[in-house]
Design a binder for this molecule. Structure first.
Ligand code: 5GP
Length: 345
């Protein structure tokens, strides 16, 4: 008989963070840098742990250049060729390689091996599939770990603790958490599968940290407050797609419609992505994504400042002088309303 888990699982929209007594004078006192030692690669990360998603329009070299200035991270999309990487490599500094990952799915070992052979400064490998629960994927992570013992491996996506533990034990350093929360994701509608993101992050972070692993909260952030909630829930990194779409640094066509500037943004398993990469990997997320146009937002630098300013402010409200202290000082309260929308259109 099917079982029902009666515990209520929550999303970012279901909670707010309770303010606490604080001795901090200003947001500028808050340090958003974190240092993480990685369990399997034995390497270390120091930086602001917010990432651009490895999506066509967002995980771009231009995005990495801009985000790097804020010490933020970019997971490059998987469609860059060796030639593209060689081009980037000519001008990239060593520091930049501390904040970027190459990405691939289960069919990409050869491509990853070739690029990493030539672009020797690559340190992070992001192994991304729609369904991180398949045994095939778990074996793949094991294999990549054997091939690249010293690279820091990101693997996902999953949403439950037991599989987080398994991926870490098989060689992943950082597990990507999120099934269905994404802004251009249709998995929940197409399949009925998913897990509310805030609860997924809380449960998976606990499991990962118990083993010395790390997690990324991937998908579902719609505003800086959501990013702060993900950190408050215990995420080590927060990955953003939609919030970084529509900028100068994002790929995708700039469209003018009725005097309004728009940019295209699409899911990695949308029809648009499939059509663009014909002959792409068979293991692709079977059309569980959509294509949208988002208002053109100019330079991503402005958006980065807005996000970092928001998270800094969260820290001051709860008395966390460092991002590291945010989750310890977070008490979520369940709410029925996020904001007063009387003047919202
Ligand atoms: P966002 O920040 O836009 O809410 O979520 C970004 C995340 O959505 C990505 O990092 C990725 O995990 C997920 N995603 C991207 N494209 C697709 C897609 O086509 N289908 C699904 N199911 N998820 C996607």
């Amino acid at each position: 008989m099917p079982r029902i888990d009666q515990d209520v699982k929550l999303d970012f929209k279901d909670v707010l963070i309770r303010p606490k007594r604080s001795t901090l004078k200003s947001r500028s006192d808050v340090d958003l840098n974190r240092t993480y030692p990685f369990r399997n690669s034995k390497k270390e990360y120091t930086g602001v742990p917010i990432m651009a998603a490895n999506m066509d329009t967002v995980g771009t070299f231009n995005m990495a250049n801009a985000l790097g200035k804020f010490d933020m991270f970019t997971c490059m999309h998987k469609h860059y060729t060796l030639q593209d990487w060689e081009q980037f490599d000519k001008t990239a500094t060593d520091e930049m390689y501390e904040k970027i990952a190459i990405s691939g799915g289960t069919g990409d070992l050869e491509r990853l091996t070739e690029i990493i052979h030539y672009i020797t400064r690559i340190k992070y490998i992001c192994l991304d599939v729609a369904n991180g629960y398949s045994e095939h994927f778990i074996h793949f992570v094991e294999k990549v770990r054997r091939h690249f013992p010293e690279h820091t491996i990101i693997a996902g996506n999953v949403v439950t603790p037991e599989i987080v533990e398994e991926l870490i034990l098989k060689g992943a350093d950082i597990v990507k958490v999120g099934i269905g929360p994404g802004s251009v994701c249709t998995t929940r509608v197409k399949t009925g599968i998913g897990y509310p993101q805030l609860s997924a992050v809380m449960e998976c972070a606990d499991a990962a940290h118990g083993l010395g692993g790390h997690i990324i909260s991937d998908g579902g952030c719609t505003c800086p407050g959501d990013v702060a909630k993900a950190f408050g829930a215990g995420a080590d990194f927060v990955m953003l797609g939609g919030m970084l779409a529509g900028h100068d640094q994002s790929d995708g066509e700039l469209i003018e419609r009725n005097g309004q500037k728009l940019k295209e943004f699409y899911g990695m398993s949308s029809k648009t992505a499939m059509e663009k990469h014909v002959g792409g990997v068979a293991e692709y997320r079977a059309s569980e994504g959509k294509a949208v146009t988002v208002p053109y937002k100019g330079d991503v630098v402005v958006t980065c400042r807005d996000i970092l300013g928001g998270v800094r402010s969260t820290c001051t409200y709860v008395g966390a002088s460092k991002l590291k202290e945010l989750s310890k000082r977070t008490t979520f309260i369940r709410v029925t309303q996020q904001e007063n929308r009387v003047f919202s259109s």
